[in-house]
Design a binder for this molecule. Sequence first.
Ligand code: NPW
Ligand code: ADP
Length: 265
Amino acid sequence: MTWLRAPGAEDDKRSMGVVGVVTGSERYPGAAVLGVEAAWRTGAGMVRLWAPRRVQDLVLARRPETVCHALDEAPADVRAWVLGSGQDARERGPALRSLLLEALGSGAPCVVDAGALDLAARHAGPVVATPHAAELRRSLAGLGIDEDDERMRAARLADALGAVVVEKGAATRVVAPGGRSATVQAPTHRLATAGTGDVLAGLLGAMLAARADDAADPATLARIAAAGVELHGEAAAAAAAGGRPITALDVAEHLPGAVAARLSR
Ligand SMILES: NC(=O)C1=CN([C@@H]2O[C@H](COP(=O)(O)OP(=O)(O)OC[C@H]3O[C@@H](n4cnc5c(N)ncnc54)[C@H](OP(=O)(O)O)[C@@H]3O)[C@@H](O)[C@H]2O)[C@@H](O)CC1
Ligand SMILES: Nc1ncnc2c1ncn2[C@@H]1O[C@H](COP(=O)(O)OP(=O)(O)O)[C@@H](O)[C@H]1O
């Protein structure tokens, strides 16, 4: 099962999934460019971005299709959210905080990355949290959980949050609440470059927007997340063919080919 969806005659831009993106900051505007690009390239019908003006301008220069909103504009018609990439919780202002909480409380599926991980427990709907090893340790510490065994940390966080946890690395572990887990080995270590995690968050958001009804079941949500991690690896492997160095944007640009290959299997 690919968990991807190709549009049919009955579809329109909304039925294919509106992705709401609240990522990027003055310090890390590029994370928004990468996540938005990845969401479009995975087949989103519409991508809406809530961000400061400078971030909006950079995203629009790359992807003019994106519908941009100020941080204090109310969320509208979003099927799934991508939150936190390129943000630092310590630098978060009140408008961003209240928007992140509104998205988490909306009941729509959320991908929670980087600078929104500290708010992940405040969710009302399905959540896929995407920490790397250091963010995972920090998230547990923030919840007052001390876990010495690093192999148990993702399961502890999944249980504490009631969320699917994607622990990113050369081998990425996808763990559902209750401990059920899958490991996805990256097909290329070229993925180890800055910003590829921001691409993963964007592509997961597009997959969840297209499959929002399936996301309510935690086991299914974990399967969708694992399929997204595989898709990310396949795009990276295509970008890195022949041993080529790659950038995060190269991974996003190879997503359409990886999506098409999966859909034709
Ligand atoms: N173009 C953009 O806009 C980009 C924006 N980005 C955004 O930047 C923000 C900060 O993200 P970040 O991961 O760099 O820093 P942060 O979470 O503070 O880590 C602190 C310490 O943790 C460690 N560490 C880091 N990675 C690790 C790993 N995989 N596995 C294990 N340990 C790891 C490492 O410590 P060390 O192990 O080196 O001692 C590091 O010093 C975030 O919002 C992100 O989205 C990036 O995506 C890049 C492109
Ligand atoms: N050695 C490695 N080999 C393959 N993939 C890796 C390796 N290290 C990290 N990755 C992958 O690269 C991505 C990095 O994401 P992340 O740590 O969030 O970085 P960033 O914040 O710079 O985007 C993840 O998808 C992770 O699984």
